[in-house]
Design a protein around this ligand. Structure first.
Ligand SMILES: *Cc1c(COP(=O)(O)O)cnc(C)c1O
Length: 291
């Protein structure tokens, strides 16, 4: 955890702390490692030798799966949305270097990725595998993300995180203290599906532990910071990112963490955080592979 001293925050009397989960590993980084950790143990318990998962050409999750799979001795298969591409992205090149077997499907076929028929076809084609859903987001991923707040030296008044599928914020809401407000910054436009998806992830997490739904902190969604949609990077966001990196030395990117810190900066300006409060931002990952 690192304290960041920026003039606006100091003037408002609010402390900004950053949990540097982006430093976990160069490829299996941030929340992607948290989400994989228990899935990998489960795959080992089931004596599986292959991990199969889904993603786009810039997916941090595919990269993390390919690298973790290689490190733990699994074959990996990536079902890729769109393609094959004339100019494969840096992520796709890295996946090939890591020996992930790539299988390209059309965007319309990709949409069927949760359908039992589609999974059955994949089983016919590839044999037995351990299935990781898109983004790695399942009950065991939530379990891994409950550990992000372990061993903190203080209880923050706010914990904030960029939000794609919602598994990470679900883990934070389960593990945050009752004195902490959990703030989600969705990076997709029209992300109101999140509340239902997170509810389902939490229910499934609770059954995993053979317990009732654990007490969890309500999540405050700040929907207005998607910047036009997933991976859209308007000029004001890019300017903000440049300034933030120059002032703090912390690398952020436009898809996730840039939107998170921009949101925090704007919320501070609007008086959302009271004087004397402490805000913990979760740095969920590095720039690798992202636009
Ligand atoms: C995948 C990702 C997220 C989103 O995590 P979810 O659990 O899907 O909400 C946030 N930040 C970074 C850097 C990511 O790679």
């Amino acid at each position: 955890m690192q304290e960041v001293c920026l003039p606006d925050w100091q003037a408002a009397g609010v402390r900004l702390l950053v949990k540097r989960d982006d430093l976990i590993h160069p490829l299996v980084s941030g929340n992607k490692w948290r989400k994989l950790k228990y899935n990998i143990s489960e795959a080992q318990t089931q004596q599986q030798d292959t991990l199969l998962t889904f993603g786009g050409a810039y997916s941090n999750h595919l990269l993390a799966t390919a690298a973790a799979g290689a490190a733990y001795g699994f074959k990996t298969i990536g079902i890729i949305r769109g393609g094959p591409f004339d100019n494969p992205s840096k992520v796709l090149q890295k996946l090939m270097e890591l020996d992930m077997q790539l299988h390209y499907v059309s965007r319309s076929a990709y949409r069927l990725k949760k359908e039992p028929d589609f999974i059955a076809k994949l089983t016919n084609r590839f044999g037995r595998f351990y299935l990781l859903p898109e983004g790695g987001s399942n009950d065991l991923a939530v379990k891994g993300c409950t550990e992000i707040l372990d061993n903190l030296p203080l209880v923050p008044d706010f914990v904030a995180c960029a939000c794609g599928t919602g598994a990470t914020i679900a883990g934070l809401s389960v593990s945050a203290s009752k004195n902490t407000t959990v703030v989600a910054v969705p990076v997709l436009k029209g992300a109101s599906f999140l509340e239902q998806d997170i509810g389902e992830l939490l229910t499934s997490y609770a059954s995993l532990k053979e317990a009732m739904l654990p007490p969890y902190q309500p999540i405050q969604f700040e929907y207005q910071y998607h910047g036009g949609g997933y991976a859209k990077a308007p000029a004001y966001l890019l300017d903000f990112i440049k300034d933030f990196m120059a002032q703090t030395g912390i690398p952020i990117e436009p898809v996730y963490t840039g939107k998170l810190f921009y949101a925090l900066h704007d919320l501070l300006r609007k008086g959302f955080f009271l004087e004397g409060s402490t805000v913990l931002a979760i740095h969920t990952g590095p720039t690798i592979g992202l636009v």
